[in-house]
Design a protein around this ligand. Structure first.
Ligand code: GLC
Length: 487
């Protein structure tokens, strides 16, 4: 353990709108729950603050976490109203978390459809209450680590808030971009609602095409920016991948770094996964064959030796559905079977359903998300398809590798940091570059050649299973970053 600041290891508070096992909307939830636990494992006093959305306290109790209510509440003033949140200290599963309960703000759904002065209030409260948290917990972090736009008001408040911005607080901030496509836009006038000084409304501050951009405010004011893969860290500095903030990020590149997400390998492990009908390991893959059989049964199919391509994820443009769906007919023509799990944009859902209706023996769509079925799909597929238009990191390809299901992915962001073309060093899957159905089909054609050769296919699948994509690789990089901020 490296000691800094007079012999102490850094005290770090992670703040996230979602975190497993309490809440999860997407990959951010997985990372915000598993990273603080991994950092604690490696000796950092790392804790988490996340809202007690409806049902979260009950879930924590059911999971056997120990919960105690702190006597003092965390407070923040937003639009002339004092909001007070009850702070629950919650420990278990290697995690120390503070669950912030304020039922009038943290209700059923995590993210609003549209950002308005009302719908943004839970996120402003989470961010400002984090700064008031030490008065309730008597534990003062050296570093606050924020995740995505929902916690972007926090670093901004340390710079421009009428109270926190002049309190002489020396707390450092890290801001992690999980997805630059969601930035949090509000009217400039609304900045005053949460105590932000006028100077923040300038172009050097949060101003963005006449609006206030929360993400921009955090980027400008935090001490370090990280994103979830080295590949995405390069892409966001460009006009093409910067989602309108590429120029700004380039000018801030001295404080930008990419650290690959880790997989919670205790949860995602085909040797022990309780949601699989049969478990398996690199030494004995027979359970994987059984999983394929079960997955085929879910579609009403029998194993006829054809390759099974699976996809698990939101049916949205980011995930590449605008090139996957037009390729379905040809994929069927190439003798592939496809099992898709997910829901999302209506046009993609409808196109997927109509392909399933046209090719009932080859395309199956499960609309929605079902955790046991997702596990079965990761385990039962021969190949995992992820043709993302952009992908900050992507966790699905890491899960599929661990489950021996060979990934076929577009070379974007974190996908190109984790999947390597067969025949190149570390080759564990198939990649394509152009964002077109033709490029995708070419990669699948290469995969089909390997599928025909049972031994090569097995070797490829084992290579994925034996690789380490856990936090063991990445947690030390965060630790190093924290230590460098406190020097
Ligand atoms: C977002 C990104 C995904 C990433 C996840 C966790 O959901 O789209 O690529 O893996 O955040 O960082």
């Amino acid at each position: 353990m490296t000691a800094v600041q007079g012999g102490r290891t850094p005290k770090v508070l992670h703040v996230s709108p979602e975190a497993v096992p309490f809440s999860k909307v997407g990959g951010l939830g997985d990372v915000a729950g598993s990273l603080p636990a991994a950092l604690r494992d490696s000796g950092t006093d790392c804790r988490l603050l996340t809202p007690a959305w409806e049902g979260v306290l009950d879930r924590a109790r059911e999971l056997g976490f120990s919960l105690s209510r702190l006597s003092r509440k965390a407070e923040a003033v937003i639009r002339w109203k004092i909001h007070r949140g009850t702070v629950w200290k919650c420990s278990g599963e290697g995690l120390v978390a503070y669950l912030l309960e304020e039922p009038s703000l943290f209700g059923k759904t995590v993210y609003p459809r549209e950002l308005t002065p009302d719908s943004v209030t839970p996120f402003l409260f989470l961010s400002l209450a984090a700064l008031d948290l030490p008065s309730a917990t008597l534990w003062k972090p050296d570093i606050i680590h924020c995740h995505d736009w929902g916690t972007a008001p926090l670093p901004a408040a340390l710079k421009w808030h009428i109270h926190f911005g002049s309190s002489g607080d020396v707390c450092k901030t890290v801001f992690t971009i999980h997805n630059l496509a969601h930035q949090g836009l509000l009217s400039l006038e609304s900045l005053g609602d949460w105590g932000i000084r006028n100077e923040a409304a300038r172009v050097e501050g949060m101003e963005y095409f006449g609006m206030a951009n929360l993400m921009k405010g955090a980027l400008v004011s935090c001490d370090a920016i990280t994103t979830v893969s080295p590949g995405y860290a390069e892409e966001i500095l460009t006009e093409e991948g910067g989602e309108g903030l590429g120029g700004l990020l380039k000018s801030l590149s001295g404080k930008v770094s990419g650290i690959l997400n880790g997989l919670d390998d205790r949860y995602w492990d085909p040797r022990t996964d309780p949601l699989l009908p049969e478990r398996y390991s690199p030494d004995n893959l027979s359970g994987k064959t059984a999983c394929k059989k079960k997955l085929l049964e879910r579609a009403g199919w029998k194993d006829d030796g054809r390759p099974l391509l699976v996809s698990v994820g939101r049916m949205v443009e980011q995930k590449g559905f605008s090139i996957l769906l037009p390729a379905l007919e040809e994929l069927v023509g190439m003798n592939c079977r496809l099992f898709l799990v997910g829901s999302g944009q209506t046009e993609y859902e409808e196109a997927a359903d109509s392909a399933a209706a046209r090719f009932p023996g080859s395309v199956f769509v499960f609309r929605g998300y079902d955790e046991p079925l997702a596990h079965l799909a990761y385990a039962g597929g021969d190949f995992f398809l992820m043709p993302s238009r952009f992908e900050p990191c992507g966790l699905s390809q890491l899960i599929s590798l661990r489950y021996g299901t060979v990934p076929i992915v577009r070379a974007a962001g974190g996908l190109r940091d984790t999947v390597f073309e067969l025949g190149t060093p570390g080759g564990n899957g198939f990649l394509f570059s152009g964002y077109t159905p033709e490029d995708l089909l070419e990669a699948v054609a290469r995969a089909m050649e390997v599928f025909r050769d049972k031994d090569s296919m097995q070797l490829l699948s084992l290579r994925g299973m034996n690789a380490d994509f856990s936090w063991n690789r990445s947690a030390p990089l965060y630790k190093k970053l924290y230590e460098s901020l406190l020097l």
